[in-house]
Design a protein around this ligand. Sequence first.
Ligand SMILES: Nc1nc2c(ncn2[C@@H]2O[C@H](COP(=O)(O)OP(=O)(O)OP(=O)(O)O)[C@@H](O)[C@H]2O)c(=O)[nH]1
Length: 403
Amino acid sequence: MVSLFRRWKPDADKAKPAKDDASASSAAAEAIEAARAMGAGADEAVQAPPKSQPLPPSPMPEPAAPAALESDPASASMPAPGTAGDASRTREKPAAAPGRPGWRERLMGSGIARGLGGLFARNPRLDDDLLDAIETALLTADVGVTATTGLVESLRRRMKAREFADAAALRTALRGELVAILEPVARPLVIDPAAKPFVILTVGVNGVGKTTTIGKLARRFKDEGKSLMLAAGDTFRAAAVAQLQAWGERNGVAVVAQGQDADAASVAFDALQAARARGTDVLIADTAGRLHTQQGLMAELSKIKRVLGKLDGSAPHEVLMVIDGTTGQNALSQLRHFHQAADVTGLVVTKLDGTAKGGVVFALAREFGIPIRFAGIGERPEDLRVFDAEAFVDALLPEALGA
Ligand SMILES: Nc1nc2c(ncn2[C@@H]2O[C@H](COP(=O)(O)OP(=O)(O)OP(=O)(O)O)[C@@H](O)[C@H]2O)c(=O)[nH]1
C-alpha cells in the first residue's frame, strides 16, 4: 500500500512548491481505499507508527511586558482582576492587535493552512477536481480518513443536488461543515469559584508542551486576578521541577515540590492541602510525560486522581490533556489511553503554529467530543488562546474571509 501519510514529510513539503493536485488526489484516493479495506480504526491504520517526540526542555515562558498585555485583546476581554473568571465570556477575535499575531497569521504559515489556503484559487471550477483537491488537502493535514470522507461525501451530495451556484458557495459550505465539527467541542474552561481550589491536573505524552502550557495558564489566571499554586508533579525529570520552581519564583506563584523521584501523588496531595489552607483559587498540578502505552505510568495517573479525591471528592475538577498538534493521527490513540486512565475532561492542542497536521483537531473533535479548551499557537505566554472554532477554521480557509 502506498500511503499518502507515509510518503509525505512536513519538511519536504515546506521546500517544495504546491503538490500537483491530480497525482496527490490519486494517492489520497489510494490511501482511502486501503484504509477502507482495513475497516474500523482506519484512521490510525494509515498513519505512520506512533513515535514519541521528546523535545529539549524549554524555560517556562517569561512574562511579557505589561504594555504588551494591555494591547492584548484576549486579556482585555477577561474578567477584571478579583472577579470570578468565567472563561466562557472571554471569546477571542480572530483579528490580531497591532504587533500581536492572531490565529490567522500564526496558522497561515502552517502546512494545514497552506494546503487549504490556495486551493480555491487553483481550482476555481465547481467540479469533481475541486472535491478531489479538498479531499487531498484534508487528508494531508491529517484530518483523518473518516472525517475527510464524511466531509467530502456530504459536499458531493450537496453539489449533485445543485445546492452550490459556484466554487465560492462550496467553499462557504466547507467552512460551515468544518465549523460544525468543532463548534460542539469549543467549550472554554470555566473556573468554578465554589471549588477552592479549582484543581487542574495536566497530563500528556512527553514533550507535548505540558510544562510550557502550565506557565501560560498560570499567567492567564494571574492576569484574571486569581490566586494560584503549582504542584511540581513531574518528579521524573529533575529539570521540570526546577523549571516550574524558577518560573514560580519569578512570578510570585507558590510551587509545591518534593524533588526528583518523589511520589507524584504525594506531591499533588501536599499541594492540595497547602492550597486549601491558603484559600487558593486555582491549583495546577504538573505530571511527568508518559507514553500512553506504559501501563504502570498510566496507572499512576489514576492514583493521583484518587489521592486528590480523598481530600476533595470533586477534585480534580479538570483533567487537562495536552496534545501536540504535530503528532497527527497518533493523538487519537494517545487520548483514548489517557481517557481510560484519567477521564480527560478537556484538551489543549499545542504547536498548531508549526504543523502540517493540525487537522487532527477535527478528528479528535469527531471521535471524542471532549472539549478543546485552548490552542497553543506559539511559545510565548500570549500564544495560548481559548479555542475558537470559527477563528480556527477561518485561519485555515483565509479565502473565506476574502483574503
Ligand atoms: N511552536 C510551539 N512550541 C511549543 C508550544 N507549546 C510548547 N512548545 C514547545 O515544546 C517544547 C516542549 O515543551 P515542554 O513544556 O517542556 O513539554 P512537556 O510536555 O512538559 O515535556 P516533558 O516534561 O518531557 O513531558 C518546548 O520547546 C516548548 O517551547 C506551541 O504552542 N507552539
